[in-house]
Every structure is written in C-alpha cells, then in structure tokens.
Design a protein around this ligand. Structure first.
Ligand code: HEM
Length: 509
C-alpha cells in the first residue's frame, strides 16, 4: 500500500487557491468558510432573487408606457420597501454571478469536475447561460436608457440567429413600434429563467448525496446584512426613461451581465456568436479534456453483503444502489455499484463492517496488514509516545511522508497510513491500532466542510461521536485519539499538532 494509492500532492493552482482560503479559515473556521459553500450560497442568492422578484412583479406595469414609471414609482415612493426589494434583487443577481464563477473556478482548481462529476459540471455550464440570459432580460424590463442600449444590442445579436424572422431591432426603430406584447414576452422569458434554473439545479445535484443546498445560518445572515447595507448605501435606481427618438447615451455599465457587448466594437455579431458558442463548448467539455486515469471502482463481495444499506447511505455520489437478492442468501437486498459513478474514494469501505465492499487497488485486508506492520515497527523501537497516523491523501501535505512506506522522516515515533479519503477509516482499524500497542492514533483529516469526496470527514466525525454506524466503540479511550482537520497547505500545522498530541500522550504515561 502507499505506492499505488499514497498521498497526492495538490496542483500548484489548488495550493495557491487554498493559501488564499487559509486566512479566512483562521478567522471564521473552516466550518463556516463561505468558500466551502459557494454552491449553497448561489442557491441562497436565487431564493432572494425569487422572493424579491415576486414582490417587484406585483407593482410592475407590463406595458411599453407603464414599465418605466411603475419601476420608478416603486423605487422612489416606496424606497423603504419596494426600493430595497429592487436593490436586493439587483445585488443578489450580481452576487449570484460572483459566487457561481467562484464555485466553478474552485471546482476546477481543486480538480472536482472530472469523471463521475461530469453531469454537475455540464449542468453548471447550462445554468451559467440561463442566469446570464435572465439578467439581460431583467435589465430590459426597467426600460430606461440602459435598457434601451441592452435591448438594441441584444436584438442585434438575436437577429443573427436564423430562427428569428423579423429584424427584432425594428421594435426599437420608432416609438409606435414598441408593443406591450414585447413586454409580456420579456417578462415571460425573465420569469422562465427561474423555472429552468430550479430544474437545472435538480439535475446539477441529482448524483450528489445529501447535497449542501443551504449555507450555514450565520453565513446566510451575513449575506442578508451585507445586501441590505448595500441596498441602503447605494440603492439600485433607473436612468432616464428610454426615448427611442434619442440617440443612445452613455449609461452605467453592469459588467456582470453586459460584459459581452463591448466586443461588438471589434467583431461582427456572427463572429461574436461563434466565439460564445466555442467558449461554451470548450467550457462544457472540460471534464473530458486531459482526462486522468481512474482508479478502479469499488467491488462488492456478495457472500459478505448483508444488504444493510450503510454503503449506499454513505456513498457521496449515489454510485451504490440496492437490489433484490440474487444469490439466495437470507437477506432481502444486496448492494450494487454503478461503476461509472464510483469515485473510488473508499467511503463505502468505511461504512462496511463485514468486508463486503472493497477498493480493488487497496483492499481492506491490505490496509489492515499495513496497520499491523507499522504498529509492529513502532513497538520494536520501544519509544514512549508511539503514534499511528491515519491521514487523508488529500489532507495536509508533508514532504516527509514521501517515503511511501508509512515512515515519517525525522519522526521515528510515528507511522502513517494514507487513505484516499478519511471516510474510509473503519472503527475496527482504529481499535486494531490501539489494541496492538500504539499509545495513540492521530487522524489527519482534510479541512472541515471541504472533503474532496464531499462527506468523508463528516461521516468520520459521526462515527467518533457515536451516532453514525458503524460507530467507534464507546469503550475506546477517546483521549488516545487525536483528530485534526487540515487542508493540503497546512503541513506545518500537521507536524505541530501531531507533536503536541504525542507530548500529551507522553505526559499521561
Ligand atoms: C447557480 C449556479 C450554481 C449553483 C446554484 C450550484 C450549486 C451547487 C451545489 C449545491 C452543489 C453541491 C455541493 C455539495 O454538496 O457538495 C454543487 C456541486 C457542483 N457544482 Fe455547482 N452550482 C452552480 C453552478 C455551477 C457551475 C457554473 C459549475 C461549473 C461549470 C458547477 C459545477 C459543480 C460541480 C462540478 C459540483 C460537484 C462538486 C463535487 O462533486 O464535489 N456548478 N453545485
């Protein structure tokens, strides 16, 4: 073990990103770090957009003449509520773009987009499109000079798609040609984006077990307060009313939604479409570009499977399902792995007490043999304060671990078992190490709220706390178990905490 599936050093981009997150962890702890909840925060923004949007709709006059006035009157006369709602709607939409981009970028730099995650990635790309379209049409609805500019430019773009018969910009050629019907269509498109988004979110998280769709309360309150503060300090307002006779005037630019239009200064509409389509295709195919070799999927050993469902419950990517027993054993169900969805993370192994599921390249017996070997090595040294470390391969990176054989250079009193995910750690592995004679077991998990396989460190904490089966025995002396959640850029903290843990053990003996 170790050679095949040892520690995997994070890429330079991932380390750079995690280094940016590190100070945030130091201030708010990694459990409440907003960077760990970017998808959930995006959904939270969507809720704000939906609620405030419904309120704005109640006062919106769907007509060419009334649209501007209705929005203006809501903003000015009802500034304390309608105006705030409008600002919240605007700033939550901008916030959504920011968190969505950060979320996608984070998934990319942390390598969370390949193989079994392709559906989330591709549906994410589709969501980006829908959000962008929704925002553009939202700006149309205000019908001020900025709306006129956006309408004219987007009409020019749309005319270049063959399915649109009439030149759309004719609508904006003369005051009389602008119909109420157009405003109904705009409203319909704007509203339907919310509908499509919620459908796409269902697809986005369809293969994710217990997806985190709500940020922690304190983060949600923080967002609401920040949006309210922004809304009072810089309320969203309209420009002057759109006048079709007047030449387009300079308008405030919203880069979040209007970033595409300046390109029309240099390229034709068709060329711009070509560029947008090409970028979208490249972006959507990222999961298949430069694909890495996959580790073999988990395998069920049917004669040991009791159909208890724990592996299915714990699988973070819904790669395990249960079916009717096929081998005549006296259990109603048996586990089946959907190979394509399997992340080979070993969380199912951590959930199984019966050796019924295994990673072919890292079977449970092999891990246990390693535990026995490493504990024996430590005992041979006879030192006081012998520690066996169970470390997440995606957790703290330390050069010393590189020997690949469980040694930790310069720390002779410790040996390391690297697991693909800390969720693979079975309670029986902990007991085995302690029963066989180490003074303590130190668990080096990845950062809280940021498991590469989503749930590994959560499930482990549940097992240690005794509420997630299979549980760590109550009789196991908890003071001999150390647990630290550290990201891959916290190698120094790992050494510090490990040494402190050992000192604690020595002091007690
Ligand atoms: C409004 C936009 C978006 C929302 C609301 C959203 C929401 C979410 C949520 C709730 C999760 C599950 C998090 C978890 O429990 O682990 C998730 C995962 C994911 N999202 Fe998004 N997302 C959005 C946009 C995107 C975009 C644009 C991309 C990339 C193109 C993307 C790629 C992914 C991937 C790859 C995962 C799986 C991560 C993993 O397996 O650990 N998402 N998203």
């Amino acid at each position: 073990m170790g050679e095949k599936r040892g520690f995997s050093r994070a890429s330079f981009a991932e380390r750079a990103w995690l280094a940016i997150e590190k100070p945030v962890n130091a201030v708010v702890t990694s459990e409440y770090n907003p960077f760990h909840y970017l998808g959930a925060i995006s959904i939270f923004f969507l809720w704000i957009i939906l609620v405030t949007g419904v309120y704005l709709f109640l006062f919106y006059d769907i007509s060419a003449r009334g649209a501007y006035l209705s929005v203006q009157s809501l903003t000015m006369r009802q500034w304390y509520l309608g105006g705030v709602m409008r600002s919240l709607h605007r700033y939550a939409s901008d916030g959504l773009i920011i968190t969505m981009l950060l979320h996608a970028f984070r998934c990319f730099v942390t390598g969370r987009y390949r193989h079994w995650r392709w559906l989330a990635w591709v549906s994410g790309a589709a969501m980006a499109w829908v959000i962008w379209i929704g925002g553009i049409f939202g700006y149309w609805m205000v019908w001020d000079e900025r709306a006129k500019l956006i309408a004219t430019l987007s009409a020019r773009m749309l005319e270049n798609i063959p399915i649109f018969g009439l030149p759309l910009s004719l609508n904006f050629a003369r005051a009389g040609s602008l119909t109420d019907q157009l405003f109904y269509i705009i409203l319909f498109i704007h509203f339907s984006t919310a509908f499509f988004l919620f459908i796409l979110i269902m697809v986005h998280i369809a293969r994710i077990t217990k997806a985190v769709i709500n940020p922690p309360r304190v983060v949600a309150y923080g967002i609401i307060l920040a949006l309210l503060a922004l809304s009072f300090m810089k309320p969203a307002v309209s420009g002057s009313p759109a006048e079709l006779k007047r030449l387009a005037e300079a308008v405030p630019f919203d880069w979040f939604f209007m970033f595409i239009f300046p390109f029309l200064n240099w390229v034709s509409e068709r060329a711009l479409w070509g560029f947008i389509v090409a970028i979208t295709l490249v972006f959507a195919s990222v999961p298949w570009l430069g694909r890495k070799k996959r580790n073999p999927p988990a395998k069920v050993t049917l004669e040991n499977c009791t159909g208890c469902e724990l592996c299915m419950e714990d699988c973070p990517y819904q790669a395990i399902s249960m079916r009717k027993r096929t081998d005549g054993m006296p259990y109603p169900l048996e586990a089946v792995v959907v190979d394509k969805r399997c992340a080979s993370c070993g969380l199912c192994v951590g959930a199984c007490d019966y050796k019924a599921i295994n990673l072919p390249d890292m079977p449970e017996d092999q891990v246990k043999d390693d535990i026995k070997r490493l504990v024996a090595e430590l005992k041979e040294k006879g030192e006081c304060g012998k520690v066996l470390v169970f470390a997440c391969a995606k957790g703290p990176w330390i050069e010393g671990i590189k020997d690949g054989n469980g040694g930790l250079n310069g720390y002779d009193w410790a040996r390391v078992v690297a697991l693909p995910c800390i969720g693979m750690l079975q309670p029986s592995m902990l007991s085995m190490a302690l029963d066989r004679g180490v003074d303590g077991v130190f668990i080096a998990s990845c950062a809280e709220g940021d498991c590469h396989f989503r749930k590994g460190n959560d499930w482990l904490s549940g097992r240690l706390a005794g509420f997630r089966p299979p549980v760590v025995k109550k009789s196991l002396d908890r003071s001999r178990i150390g647990l630290q959640y550290l990201s891959s850029v916290e190698g120094d903290a790992f050494i510090k905490e490990l040494t402190a843990f050992r000192e604690g053990l020595k002091a007690r003996s």
